[in-house]
Design a protein around this ligand. Structure first.
Ligand code: SF4
Length: 85
């Protein structure tokens, strides 16, 4: 599994025009974010969602859908400084 930023595996990272961050304390490892955007999100060995190098190949709408699918809203997505999720 190749995370985009080894120092900040759960972000914040920039993907295209989006900034993505996963709240690692809030993430419960439910995996709901993975099916909508499996190029972007995966679980690490602590069961926390991380952001992959392949995120740039994902459709923006799918990343937003994935963030909305999180049952505890642990994923935040921003575009041009505006919160999308
Ligand atoms: S859906 Fe939310 S709680 Fe589940 S792995 Fe993704 S970020 Fe974590």
């Amino acid at each position: 599994m190749d995370v985009q930023d080894q120092d900040k595996p759960s972000g914040p990272v920039t993907v295209g025009e989006l900034e993505i961050i996963v709240d690692r304390d809030g993430c419960i490892g439910a995996s709901a974010c993975i099916p909508p955007a499996d190029k972007t999100f995966a679980l690490d060995d602590e069961g926390k969602a991380v952001i992959l190098t392949t995120a740039s190949q994902e459709e923006e709408a799918d990343i937003v859908d994935a963030a909305r699918a999180c049952p505890v809203l642990a994923i935040k997505v921003m575009k041009n400084g505006e919160d999308l999720v």
